[in-house]
Write a protein that binds this ligand. Structure first.
Ligand code: DX5
Ligand code: ZN
Length: 226
């Protein structure tokens, strides 16, 4: 399974967003992670469907849209106006009573469906969905802000989820991912890594992405098994 680095534009310079996206694209990033916040599910507000559409127009890198919003079912259509089959739309398990319906709505739009789980939410809440999603997003901070510290205790849950999941399921971690923390997340079973600060706060994005990728691969749970 592939190791992927997803650049979270939450820490990019918002006045230069197009250039920032071009730069991480040229630096070889695998996904562009877009954090959508509604001021209800999380105490912060960020980007809406209009910005997602414009980003899609300027990059070939698949989008990794992370919805931190209430009532995700109501917004699937507006966030998928321009998306194509390799893009991902992820919603939070804590934000809906009918996750299977949201997954089906997303898949009906012809893109990949992801479910996200907060640090303190039990793994059982997503267990039955693992066969139905294309990606599981395990939060390693409480969602809402970039620049927070990685919560190492989440690695125990991550390990359990990797054991429960179908063999090829992509498992992403998000929050506090940097060269010092990525080995723990990779060892516990993640293969997709969202990172904001540890890419956009660096001068050289290529060097930052390559270092994350190398540290993840060296510590991959697959590598440890063989
Ligand atoms: C947090 C967001 C993350 C965040 C990560 O709610 O979902 O994607 O941007 O930021 P860093 O990598 O700085 O922890
Ligand atoms: Zn995110």
């Amino acid at each position: 399974m592939q190791t992927k680095i997803s650049a979270s534009i939450l820490a990019a310079d918002p006045t230069q967003l197009g250039d920032e996206i071009k730069k991480v694209e040229q630096a070889g990033v695998d996904l562009i992670h877009i954090d959508v916040m509604d001021g209800h599910f999380v105490p912060n507000l960020t980007m809406g469907p209009f910005i997602v559409e414009r980003i899609k127009e300027i990059t070939k890198v698949p989008l990794d849209i992370h919805l931190m919003i209430e009532n995700p079912d109501k917004y699937v259509e507006s966030f998928t106006q321009k998306t194509t089959k390799d893009d991902i739309l992820t919603f939070h398990i804590e934000a809906t009573d009918d996750p299977l319906n949201v997954i089906n709505l997303i898949k009906d739009r012809g893109i990949k469906a992801g479910v996200a789980i907060n640090p303190d939410t039990h793994e059982q809440t997503v267990e039955k969905l693992l066969e139905s999603v294309d990606i599981l997003l395990v939060m390693t901070v409480y969602p809402g802000f970039s620049g927070q510290a990685f919560k190492k205790y989440v690695c125990d849950k991550l390990k359990k989820l990797r054991e429960m999941a179908p063999e090829n399921l992509d498992i992403e971690v998000d929050g506090g991912i940097k060269p010092e923390t990525i080995p723990d997340a990779a060892t516990a079973g993640a293969n997709v890594f969202a990172a904001a600060t540890s890419i956009f706060a660096k001068d050289d994005y290529k060097e930052a992405i390559e270092e994350l990728r190398r540290k993840a691969q060296e510590n991959s749970y697959l590598f440890m098994k063989s």
